[in-house]
Design a protein. Structure first.
Ligand SMILES: NC(=O)c1ccc[n+]([C@@H]2O[C@H](COP(=O)([O-])OP(=O)(O)OC[C@H]3O[C@@H](n4cnc5c(N)ncnc54)[C@H](OP(=O)(O)O)[C@@H]3O)[C@@H](O)[C@H]2O)c1
Length: 281
């Protein structure tokens, strides 16, 4: 059974391809990438895979049995068509199963909701494809908060609009392990899994960062409008609006649902105590 992983030049695609290789199942793994030269050397075959190029995708999926589709980064309206290119190419190439990395969040009422809706449309397209399918709805990556530590240190605080909302965080390697199992195991077919570890408040996140990095961060809740203006000033209109919408969703409880990680992965999600302890080296 040949498995192809799209966007293998990105962090999640790389992690999933690596997890598949490390599982030593003997199944051939192929990486597809819009920019193959950016993909790390995992000892796997690389093929071109631009979501905007339907013909290229069809050729690159020749001989593939199962495909892992990583959600794209384009604006929501463009993203749906890009994902359809992959789904249609998979059907045309004779792929039998598609696994999709979707996302958690509020379907309505936040500035992140258009992206959530575009992911839900792709989920529907995949369920209607006639192929076997598995969908994972990813929690929020915790790594960006860790990578942001010097900025937090300078500010002396984490400030955003999540309030006391709990967020189901995860890590790319944890997701990768679950997706590798979802790709390989037929028992997951037809399932939609929420993939995250224990949900944390921003105050708990600050406490983990303090214990790990010796900081003295406090958490300061902000209004939705102030936080959105702050993020747009820092990151620009598109990304700033998306980030503000994610934190509004956290505030409203949209990222605090029971996790299916253990069912998907066959083991519990790594604990945050363990994860943060590992960062101390
Ligand atoms: N759960 C979360 O917290 C969270 C946060 C951020 C993003 N996401 C979602 O998760 C996905 C994977 O995250 P990541 O950490 O792997 O992001 P990443 O490291 O930024 O990688 C993004 C990948 O998407 C690829 N890509 C973008 N447009 C493409 C196109 N038209 N055709 C083919 N590939 C395309 C990029 O290819 P190039 O190398 O050619 O640019 C890259 O491989 C993202 O795409 C996004 O949808 C989730």
């Amino acid at each position: 059974m040949t498995i192809a992983v799209t966007a293998v030049s990105g962090q999640l695609g790389t992690s999933i391809a690596r997890a598949l290789v490390e599982m030593h199942t003997g199944e051939p793994v192929i990486g597809l990438a819009r920019t193959p030269e950016k993909a790390p050397d995992l000892g796997i075959e690389l093929r071109p895979g631009d979501y905007d190029d339907a013909e290229q995708l069809r050729a690159s999926l020749a001989g593939v049995d199962t495909v892992l589709l990583i959600s794209g980064m384009a604006a929501p309206d463009l993203r749906i068509g890009q994902h359809r290119n992959v789904i249609d190419a998979a059907k045309a190439a004779g792929v039998s199963k598609i696994v999709y990395t979707s996302v958690q969040g509020a379907d309505e009422g936040t500035s992140f909701s258009p992206i959530i809706k575009s992911n839900r449309q792709t989920e529907a397209d995949i369920r209607d494809s006639g192929l076997d399918w598995v969908i994972g709805r990813n929690g929020i990556y915790i790594e960006p908060d860790v990578e942001y530590i010097e900025t937090y240190r300078k500010a002396g605080e984490i400030a955003n609009s999540a309030g006391n909302g709990r967020c189901g965080y995860t890590t790319r390697p944890e997701l990768a392990f679950a997706y590798a199992r979802m790709l390989i195991g037929a028992e997951h077919n037809g399932q939609t899994y929420l993939l995250h570890g224990e949900a944390l408040t921003q105050a708990q996140l600050a406490e983990y960062l303090n214990r790990t990095f010796g900081t003295d961060l406090t958490y300061r809740p902000m209004s939705h409008d102030d936080y959105k203006a702050d993020r747009i000033a820092e990151l620009g209109e598109f990304i700033g609006t998306v980030i503000a919408g994610i934190y509004r969703g956290i505030h409203d409880g949209a990222l605090d649902a029971p996790s299916d990680f253990e069912t998907a992965a066959g083991r519990p999600h790594r604990s945050w105590d363990d994860y943060f302890a590992s960062l101390k080296g």
